[in-house]
Design a binder for this molecule. Sequence first.
Ligand SMILES: Nc1ncnc2c1ncn2[C@@H]1O[C@H](COP(=O)(O)OP(=O)(O)OP(=O)(O)O)[C@@H](O)[C@H]1O
Ligand SMILES: [Mg+2]
Length: 225
Amino acid sequence: MDFSRVESGIPGLDKLLGGGIIEDSVILVTGETGTGKTILCSQFLWHGLKKGETCIFITLEEDPEDIKEDVRAFKWDLAKYEKKGLFRIIYHDPAQVNNLGSMIIDEIKNLKAKRLVIDSTSLIGLNMQEVSQIRKLLFNTINVIKKNKCTALITSEIPEGMRGLSKFGVEEFVVDGIIVLNYLEYAAGGLDRSLIIRKMRRTDHGKDIYPIEITSKGIVVKPVE
Ligand SMILES: Nc1ncnc2c1ncn2[C@@H]1O[C@H](COP(=O)(O)OP(=O)(O)OP(=O)(O)O)[C@@H](O)[C@H]1O
Ligand SMILES: [Mg+2]
């Protein structure tokens, strides 16, 4: 069976994903700090905006103004689309996650949003005692996104030097796909970034470790010689 797929906006990535991200699916973008999660998510939304799709960025961590300012380096003028009412960037207090689902429903409906980002889900569980509670909340949130016909990237942080795919060890199970961002540091000062598609339901995806670069135009998957 063929699925409708949306373009990720990351040059070189869609061909590793069987043509793109399956419409109305939710993908986890995970990695240690500074690996490019927020940039990748912003690039995904920027690509949608340029195609005329309405988009929402929910941040539980960084200030919305800082995010908009940071991505100006890539010439992504999110504020322009925000003024036109085609883009919303919302700070959501991580201490108030119980109303996250209803907020998402309202926002998606108001904007008729096609793309959504939640950055970062690692903040969602901060006030929860039980991992089962976190899993339930994430599961409900993801279902809300899908039912409202939105394609989403959500981020999670892998604590420095830890094995595993996410902060709480449950995020990976409730999503449709996982993209892991890595970097290796070399003594000579070199920095090698890479990307792994760790899971992508219903997709014969690329299985290698793919070198990536953060350029003046954002993240690109480097062609392998
Ligand atoms: N204009 C740029 N050109 C090249 N590289 C950049 C540029 N801006 C940021 N970077 C790189 O991207 C990194 C930050 O990326 P990003 O904020 O997406 O990471 P993150 O995984 O979201 O990190 P965090 O843990 O802070 O959420 C910086 O540490 C820097 O190495
Ligand atoms: Mg970030």
